[in-house]
Design a binder for this molecule. Structure first.
Ligand SMILES: Cc1cc2nc3c(=O)[nH]c(=O)nc-3n(C[C@H](O)[C@H](O)[C@H](O)COP(=O)(O)O)c2cc1C
Length: 209
């Protein structure tokens, strides 16, 4: 059986922090592609893979995000090399014939049940955001996740029907993509970290039955 050694576990968990300050070191497009190509293997229900990731890199695109950010999240986001919008596609079921080919009926199970679609999209895009953060850490990047922003403003700016200023294609021709959370990516400045807060002990958080 293969297991990760302590160095790898430290990198992913024990020494990984949530960063607010960044070193002046860029993040290449290649590493973002590598990141996605790892994170995509994490499990989702019916392999539905509802998360959509918008990697905001240019200052112009950052400015589109600024008005949606909580005041405490502006500086850390504007200075981060990359900010990812972790979003979910409420029409994820249209890709099930490709993603879950052995069960063709699955598409319609979702298509007929908007509540199931919403719960599945939110649950699994949150998981996929976590896979993305662990993949980032595994590749030596640092993360700064954030829910302190106005989701409706982000959705209007980035996912409104027929609106995509930065790409030639219309990625989101209908307003069926919604933001879940944001995550800054880069190389964190350890000197700006505050002491780490404790976590719950096993006995506080877990039950063995
Ligand atoms: C979903 C999510 C939302 C968060 N939202 C914010 C936020 O809006 N602003 C912020 O400064 N930190 C935010 N955080 C960071 C948490 O406060 C941080 O991960 C937690 O305190 C643990 O810190 P550590 O990883 O350094 O131990 C968020 C974290 C997560 C996972």
């Amino acid at each position: 059986m293969h297991t990760l050694n302590d160095d790898a576990l430290n990198l992913l968990f024990r020494e990984a922090r949530s960063y607010s300050a960044w070193l002046n070191r860029p993040v290449d497009e290649d590493i973002l592609r590598h990141l996605y190509d790892l994170a995509k293997w994490g499990p989702t229900s019916a392999n539905s893979s509802p998360a959509r990731f918008v990697f905001i890199r240019s200052q112009k695109a950052k400015e589109r995000l600024r008005p949606a950010l909580s005041p405490g999240n502006v500086e850390k986001t504007m200075t981060a090399p990359v900010t990812v919008i972790i979003a979910y596609d409420l029409k994820f079921y249209d890709k099930l014939p490709k993603l879950f080919p052995h069960s063709p009926a699955m598409r319609d199970v979702f298509a007929k049940n908007p509540q199931l679609v919403e719960a599945t999209a939110k649950r699994n895009s949150s998981l996929q955001g976590a896979y993305l953060m662990l993949a980032a850490r595994g590749l030596g990047l640092d993360c700064g996740p954030m829910s302190g922003f106005d989701n409706a403003k982000v959705d209007e700016e980035f996912f409104a029907a027929g609106k995509c200023e930065d790409c030639e294609q219309e990625f989101f021709p209908e307003a069926h993509v919604k933001s879940n959370f944001l995550c800054n990516l880069g190389y964190g400045d350890r000197s700006k970290l505050y002491p780490r807060s404790p976590r719950l002990e096993f006995t506080e958080a877990c039950t063995l039955l």
